[in-house]
Structures are given as C-alpha cells and as structure tokens.
Write a protein that binds this ligand. Structure first.
Ligand SMILES: *Cc1c(COP(=O)(O)O)cnc(C)c1O
Length: 339
C-alpha cells in the first residue's frame, strides 16, 4: 500500500498567524507551485480562514486555480507579470500581474488598459523585475503594489540585505503600498517589513522561520524485513555492506515519490523518536533501512515528523526544505487534518 502524507492545515494557519504577529503590517501568503506542493485547494481556504486576504502565485494559471478556492474578494498577485498568452487569464481570474519589464508594461497597457497592476523592481538579485534606470524611462505609472525580492534574506549578516533595502527606497516615489520581504525578510526586522509581507516557506513549516510548527508528516509502510549476514550487501550497486548481523526493512516509497536518490546511505527514518539509517541506494519505489537496533519493527517508519523536519531531511540530502516539499510526489495518500 502507498504511503500516507499528512498535512496539518491548522499548523499552516498557526504559522501564518505567528508570522503576522511578528510585523505591524499586512501579511500575505505565497501559494505558488500548488502551495509548495501541499495542495492549494486545501491550503488556500485554510489561510483565508486564518485571515490572509492577499495571495501570491508564480503563474497566471496558478492564479486561475487559486481564484476557485478563495472566492472573489481575495487579491491575487502574479510574480511572472503579464507574459504572452496571459491576457484572458488575467482578466477572467481578476489577477493582478506584477509587471517585470518595459516589454511587459507595454504589453499590459495595450491589451488590458485600465486594469490594475503592480510592479516588481530589481534591487540586486537580477532575476525578475525592472531596473531602477528603466523605471525612469517607463513614464507615468500608477501601480497598486510595488515589490522587490531579497536574494540573501536567509543569511541575516549578508551585506546584500542592507544594500537591497537601500535600493528599494526608490519605490517610495510611487505612493503605492510596498513589499520587500518573504519569510527571511520578516526575520530581518521592522525596516524590511514595509506594507505587506510575502511569506511562503515559513507557512509550510520551513527555515528560516525557526519557530515554525511542523506541517507535514510522512510515514512509509514496511513491506518486508530480512536478516542480512556480515559481508552481504543491500541495494543497487551493492553500496552498503553489513558489518554486523543486521535486520533490514524495505519501505514503500522512493525517488519517484520525491525522496531523492541523494538521501541514499545518508538520511534517517524514524520509529517514533528512534533513528534508523537508510542503507544502500534509494530505488524508484523502495528504500532500505537498518532496523537492527529496534526491538520490534513497526508497520510504518516516519521520514518526516516532529523528529525529522523538512530541513533535517534536506540537510541529509544536500538540498533545502523548499525542494523536499515541492518534490513530494503525487503517489501518496494525502490526508488533511484541521482547516
Ligand atoms: C517564492 C517567493 C516568495 C516566498 O518566499 P519564501 O522564502 O518561501 O517565504 C516571496 N516573494 C517572491 C518574489 C517569491 O518568488
């Protein structure tokens, strides 16, 4: 049987309220990429219920989907702005594009004159957004929101935070609400908060919101258990060799479920609070685990729980919590609690 991914909607609501309490401004909610892989259809209504009124998505298609789950009153901003092909979606979904370039401004003004828009300006990340020099060329603009994005907010001492903050001061000339901070920027303190924040990962229990309530729990069913003698190997490539008589449990999930192959021989699964090392390579549908030190092998072993967060697992796999979450596959039985 497939594994069960439990998603705690009350924890997401608690995290939103906790992040909101850290500022004196409005708190938005970033629900791009299907709410970081956790399911926008369930997550967005829970955030609305907690008090979120302003949402951010990456793409117009995500905005259309989100609109169905939050109703007509929610404000929905699109980070990608107005791309070719977005016109009908922007008007039908009542989406507000955050325009990123002079080309996008021209496209929007030609195709959707009179509709509301925001601007994204680049203050040093060089990923999306208008250069400040371009804004001077852009002529008369009346955005309803101006945002920029910090490249190094998860590293509070990084000098680029202060330099981006200083550059963002330019946006005050628009007399529009301003937004600079995602989760990391909220942690940097009041100077970074402006009028509305845009937390994503913190809502879903990840760093850099160190006090987040964990949101996901993932238990993998044990399919079988076997004894392995000293010198025998486990898994593809025979990369793990038993150095003692061992019990190996094989659980039902693998890299096709987002439990990336880089976890092989590095991550832990948990029997409650007892860590059991992953041994050998991760297969597409299976992971092998050393359960020798358990008195009894349980029916399931946890890979995400209070004892191993998305960031703990990410560290073992050489990645970040964001990638662990957004990789969690479509094959799990998804169980939502709370909300
Ligand atoms: C993804 C994203 C966010 C949210 O970032 P987190 O680090 O997940 O809080 C905010 N703003 C922009 C522009 C983003 O791309």
């Amino acid at each position: 049987m497939r594994a069960t991914l439990t998603i705690d909607l009350d924890a997401i609501a608690d995290n939103w309220r906790a992040l909101d309490a850290m500022t004196n401004c409005e708190t938005g909610a970033v629900v791009k990429a299907d709410a970081y892989g956790l399911g926008v259809a369930q997550v967005a209504p829970a955030l609305w219920k907690a008090g979120a009124r302003t949402f951010f998505v990456a793409l117009a298609e995500e905005g259309i989907e989100l609109r169905r789950h939050v109703g007509p009153e929610a404000k929905i901003y699109v980070f990608a702005g107005h791309m070719l092909g977005d016109r009908v979606m922007i008007s039908a979904g009542d989406l507000v594009p955050l325009l990123n370039s002079l080309d996008q401004i021209a496209r929007f003004k030609e195709r959707l004159p009179g509709r509301p828009y925001g601007l994204q300006i680049d203050t040093g990340m060089n990923r999306l957004g208008l250069e400040i020099a371009e804004l001077v060329e852009a002529g008369d603009l009346s955005p309803e929101l101006v945002i920029s994005h910090l490249a190094c907010a998860d590293t509070p001492e990084h000098p680029q935070n202060a330099s981006q903050l200083a550059a963002f001061g330019f946006a005050r000339q628009f007399n529009a609400p301003l937004s600079l901070s995602a989760t990391g920027g909220i942690m940097l303190g009041q100077d970074y908060h402006f009028d509305i924040t845009r937390p994503g990962i913190g809502l879903y229990g990840g760093l850099p919101f160190a006090d987040a309530t964990p949101v996901v729990h993932l238990s993998l069913p044990v399919i079988q258990e076997r004894e392995v003698a000293v010198g025998e190997t486990v898994g593809y490539g025979a990369t793990w060799v038993a150095e003692r008589p061992s019990f190996i449990a094989t659980v039902s999930a693998g890299y096709a479920d987002g439990l990336i192959r880089a976890m092989g021989n590095r991550a832990m699964l948990y029997a409650g609070d007892v860590p059991c090392p992953v041994v050998g390579r991760v297969s597409m549908d299976l992971i092998t685990v050393d359960v020798t030190d358990l008195r009894e092998t349980p029916d399931e072993l946890d890979i995400l729980s209070a004892y191993q967060t998305i960031d703990d697992l990410a560290a073992a796999a050489g990645t970040i919590g964001y990638e662990i979450l957004t990789s969690l596959g479509a094959r799990y039985h998804r169980r939502y609690v709370g909300g």
